[in-house]
Ligand binder design. Structure first.
Ligand code: GTQ
Length: 350
């Protein structure tokens, strides 16, 4: 036996011995554990809405919202199958609610965002306030607040409504801090008028007595018509950034920080024929196309998107956004977590 083979056999025997005692040698995995740059199981992926819309609608005849509690098709990253994760820290799913249905009230530590994809007539109630959903609205369910969803009866103009859920489920699972409980009734009582939080917090003013204690924005709905108006004004009169087009960040009006403590949300406008420069960042990002069409180049693969399509860009993979028509993209990531911990890195390439 060569010295090398003897060493190898000796080491394997040693590893087997310490394995039985719950130990493993660092030197065999050091470089994988502490990589020179991010390595991740998260892969670029695209869900074409046209290809999955039928499956979402089929779920409506398979199970009621009440029985399902939340009737959602989870978008699983192909590199993270079985983990209900679209990125290592974030969960995304498409939720369906039919006219007349109620998704019963509950609360949980996980924060949720809703980005409305199609349909009108549905609503969500958060902490005693009901807000009607419109396509393109960004709606917040803060950690540990009661929330139930409903949809007006067909006679009142209700139609199937689908929205994209974004939650910090994998992150909370990693921390081991998840608690949840059902509300004793299907719906919580409404204690505030529709539009209450918008009037209080959504007009660049705050009630004089307001003191912010929550980590989450007090505004529950950021309506699309206003977001769109801001983007439109800026694309006419402002600068078009060569990487991002016109990109706005949703804020907590009481702090100027992100609207939610664990998830950052953005909306951006790309002009027709925009060819974005490449960039990368350590926050894996989920995009949902709202208007227009175009393609993202992630690494060296091309992903063509149109309205309602969802795609994900993993940590540190170069991405370029391109538009063939005037395009609007919603996106979210765990950027607030990374920034709070001093971990975020971003790089504009070119
Ligand atoms: O609407 O409360 O997609 O609790 C996953 C878990 C939605 C919700 C999801 C949830 C919800």
């Amino acid at each position: 036996m060569t010295t090398q083979a003897r060493n190898k056999a000796e080491r394997e025997a040693y590893y087997a011995r310490i394995d039985k005692k719950g130990m493993t040698p660092l030197w065999e995995s050091l470089h994988a554990l502490v990589p020179t740059q991010p390595t991740t199981d998260c892969r670029p992926a695209l869900w074409k809405y046209a290809a999955i819309r039928g499956d979402i609608m089929d779920s409506g005849s398979l199970i009621t919202a009440e029985e399902a509690v939340r009737r959602v098709l989870v978008l699983e990253n192909p590199g993270l199958r079985g983990l209900s994760s679209i990125t290592p820290t974030l969960y995304a799913g498409l939720q369906l609610i039919l006219p007349g249905e109620i998704a019963p009230s509950h609360r949980h530590v996980q924060s949720a965002l809703r980005f409305i994809v199609e349909g009108t007539g549905a609503y969500t109630s958060v902490d005693g306030e009901r807000t009607i959903m419109h396509p393109g609205d960004f709606i917040i369910t803060p950690s540990w607040t009661w929330h139930d969803h409903g949809n007006l009866a067909e006679a009142d103009g209700g139609e199937p409504v689908v929205w994209l859920d974004g939650l910090d489920i994998p992150f909370i699972r990693t921390l081991g801090t998840g608690f949840a409980e059902p509300y004793p009734e299907a719906e919580q009582p409404l204690t505030r008028a529709d539009g209450d939080s918008l009037a209080r917090y959504g007009y660049n003013m705050l009630p004089v007595s307001y003191e912010h204690t929550s980590k989450t924005s007090p505004l529950i709905n950021y309506p699309y018509d206003r977001t769109r108006e801001a983007l439109d004004h800026l694309q006419h009169h402002g600068e078009i950034d060569a990487w991002d087009g016109v990109k706005l960040r949703y804020v907590n009006p009481a702090t100027g920080g992100y609207a939610m403590p664990t998830m950052a949300t953005f909306m951006q406008y790309l002009p027709k024929d925009f060819r974005g420069k490449a960039q990368r960042s350590t926050d894996a990002t989920v995009y949902c196309a709202v208007e227009g069409r175009g393609h993202a180049v992630i690494g060296d693969a091309r992903y063509d998107f149109e309205p309602h399509d969802v795609f994900v860009v993993p940590s540190w993979q170069p991405v370029q956004l391109n538009a063939d028509e005037e395009t609007v993209l919603f996106s979210f990531s765990d950027r607030p977590i990374q920034q709070a911990l001093g971990l975020l890195r971003t790089q504009r390439i070119d």
